[in-house]
Design a protein around this ligand. Structure first.
Ligand code: FES
Length: 56
């Protein structure tokens, strides 16, 4: 599912960034470009990343 419509980032891409070594929301945003335009996706994207970091 698309989380960030501006940059066409999916939840799977966010989780993959964590799997590839991202250790924070800022890392994931930098790697995927998620939340770098309008910012409306930030809350949901951060939730997904926080969950993925806990599951690691
Ligand atoms: Fe993610 Fe706009 S929806 S920056």
């Amino acid at each position: 599912m698309f989380v960030c419509m501006c940059k066409k980032v999916t939840d799977g891409q966010l989780k993959q960034a964590v799997a590839l070594g991202a250790s924070s929301w800022e890392d994931v945003s930098r790697m995927t470009r998620c939340s770098t335009q309008c910012g409306k996706c930030t809350c949901l994207a951060q939730e997904i990343v926080d969950e993925a970091l806990l599951d690691r």
